[in-house]
Each structure stands twice: as structure tokens, then as C-alpha cells.
Write a protein that binds this ligand. Sequence first.
Ligand SMILES: [Fe+2]
Length: 200
Amino acid sequence: MNRKKFLINSSLAAFSVSIFGKVQPKENDFVGDCETTNDILGPFYRPEVPERNDLTSNHLEGTIIELKGKVFGSDCVTPLNHAKVEIWHCNTEGEYDNDSEGFHQRGKWYSDKDGLYSFKTILPGKYLNGGKFRPAHIHFRVTAKGSQELISQIYFHGDPHITNDPWASKKKAVHRILPISLEDTKGNLVVVFDIYLKDK
Ligand SMILES: [Fe+2]
């Protein structure tokens, strides 16, 4: 199967349900004062990913970024310790690693006592959804004791494919379209995504 042309259709959505044993989040989930809004799981989720936060390697092409943030509870200010943050995304060719034991561009990490998590990875490429490219995006699944599971995606400022994407163009995605910043003096690129979970 050509992964770039993998169509995200209703049958694949059903596949996603079978992995979690849980239905896709409703449209009106996570609409409190600060809760991070959800997004589709997509067809490329793999469970049991390695615990690691450096997803780069010598052979990996792409622009390296630091992706980091804090995980908070639903009061919007309390950091959550040991929240599990899973991410997955495609490479610069728009391809996901759906079957190798390397679990490339996939990993999970846990927030520390201050709620901090971070990953070193690359900016993803793009793949076709039907006849249109999805914008570059990184998938998230975040779980923490006492909180509802969050399945979401982040996008990037200035991406011309956001406008025509059924999910990134939604109003609820606006706070998940993030800048790529020169945060330090070394020219390193940083993306900050703070995550606000909702209580169970
Ligand atoms: Fe995706």
C-alpha cells in the first residue's frame, strides 16, 4: 500500500476504535476554560512504542526541532507529574513507520514533577489524504491518572495546507497551530505545546 495515498476514511476510523476499544472523541469534548482540544487519532497509531524522547538518528533527514511543553490539570495551573505523552508522525517523505521494530518517529515520554516533557525530533513532511496534502502535523496521545485521555494533533504556523484540511481548519484547532521559534541563541528550533487535560 502506498502510505502517502492512504485514505483516511470511515473504515480506517473503525480500525482506530478497535485499538482503543473506545470511540472517537465527540466534537464537543474538551471545551472548558483551558482544556486542549482533541483531534482525530488517524489510521497510523501503534501501541507499545518505546520509551524515549530522542526520535532522531544519524540516517534521518529533516529539520530537527525540540518539541516541549507542560502538562496541566483541568484547573489550568497545576502541573501533572508522570503524564504519559505519546507522539507519532511521518518522515520528510510523508511516510509513517507502520511495521518496523524501530518504531521510527514514534515514542513516549513522561512529564516530570513540574509537568515538563520534551522530545527531540524532526519537522514532519506531508502525505496525501485523497487528492489533498494534509498539513504537517504531529499526533499526540496523552494519559494521566485522574484525567481524561487526550488524542490530538499539532500543526505549524504558515502551513498553506491548513486551510483545506478538514481537521486543521476547524475552529477548535486554532490553539494547536504553533509557531516554530528560535528560542535560544544557538539557532535551535523549538515548538512549545502546553497540554491541558480534563478531569475524569
Ligand atoms: Fe497523521
